[in-house]
Design a protein around this ligand. Structure first.
Ligand code: PRP
Length: 218
C-alpha cells in the first residue's frame, strides 16, 4: 500500500551516459549525493532513499515514454528527443546543458536532386521541417553514424545534431541549414506534477539553483 511517504517519493528517468553524468554533477552541487560508483554500475534502478528519490536509467528515446505513462514522475532528456517523440509530458525547465543544434548537413558541393533523400535518426523532425519548407523529400531512418549516408550515396543530405562539429568536419560535410537549438530539459508527468507537486517542485528548485553555475555549453 502506498502511504504518504511513498506518495512523495520521486522516480526520475535519466538517459544512460553523458546526460546522466552531467546531471549527477548538477545534483551533487544541489546537495543530492548519489553513490560515486553508481554511474559505472550496470544497475538500471538506483535508489536514493535518503532523498526519497530513485533513478531509472533508460535509453534517451524512452525517457518521455516512461514519464508520459507515469512510471517515472520526472525525466531528464534532450529537446531533440522531445521533439522527435512528441509525448504528452510537461516541460518544466531548460537545464541549459547538453547544448547542440539540429541541422541539415551535406557535402559542400551538394546539388539538389530530383528525388531528394535525407538520412536521419530523427525522421519526425526531418519530415516536419521539410514539409514546412515545402520540399518533398524521402526520409530514410538510420540508427547512428548518419554522416556516412552522403559519403556512400544513400542520401544527399542528413538531419542530425551537431555539437563540436568534429564529426561533420572529419567526414567532409558542412552545415547547410539550421533547424533549431537543443538543450537538456527537465520534464514531468502531468498527474505527478499535480499529485506530487512538493517533490516535483523540490527537484526543479534543486536544478534551478545550479543552472547559472554549471549552465555552460555542454
Ligand atoms: C551524435 C550526432 C553526431 C555527433 C555530433 O552522434 O548524431 O554524429 O554526435 O557531435 P560532434 O558535432 O561533437 O562531432 P553520437 O555520438 O550520439 O553517435 P551516433 O552517430 O552513433 O548516434
Amino acid at each position: 500500500m502506498r502511504g504518504a511517504e511513498s506518495l512523495q517519493k520521486l522516480t526520475i528517468a535519466m538517459p544512460k551516459g553523458r546526460i546522466f553524468e552531467e546531471s549527477l554533477v548538477f545534483l551533487r552541487e544541489a546537495g543530492v549525493v548519489i553513490e560515486e560508483n553508481s554511474k559505472d554500475s550496470r544497475k538500471l534502478i538506483i535508489p536514493v532513499p535518503h532523498f526519497q528519490m530513485e533513478f531509472i536509467l533508460a535509453k534517451p528515446a524512452d525517457v518521455p515514454t516512461y514519464v508520459e505513462y507515469g512510471v517515472a514522475d520526472v525525466g531528464v532528456v534532450g529537446k531533440d528527443v522531445l521533439l522527435e517523440e512528441d509525448r504528452d509530458v510537461y516541460e518544466l525547465l531548460d537545464l541549459e546543458i547538453g547544448r547542440c543544434r539540429m541541422v541539415v548537413a551535406g557535402l559542400a558541393e551538394y546539388q539538389p536532386a530530383v528525388h531528394p533523400r535525407v538520412a536521419t535518426k530523427y525522421p519526425a523532425i526531418a519530415s516536419r521541417y521539410f514539409r514546412k519548407q515545402g520540399q518533398q523529400v524521402e526520409v530514410i531512418k538510420l540508427n547512428g553514424s548518419v554522416e556516412l549516408a552522403p559519403l556512400i550515396g544513400l542520401a544527399e543530405r542528413i538531419v542530425d545534431i551537431v555539437s563540436t562539429g568534429q564529426t561533420l568536419r572529419e567526414n567532409g560535410l558542412v552545415e547547410l541549414e539550421h533547424i533549431c537549438d537543443i538543450t537538456t530539459r527537465l520534464i514531468a508527468n502531468r498527474s505527478s506534477y499535480r499529485m506530487k507537486s512538493e517533490a516535483v517542485d523540490n527537484i526543479a528548485q534543486k536544478f534551478m539553483q545550479v543552472i547559472p553555475k554549471t549552465g555552460v555549453p555542454g
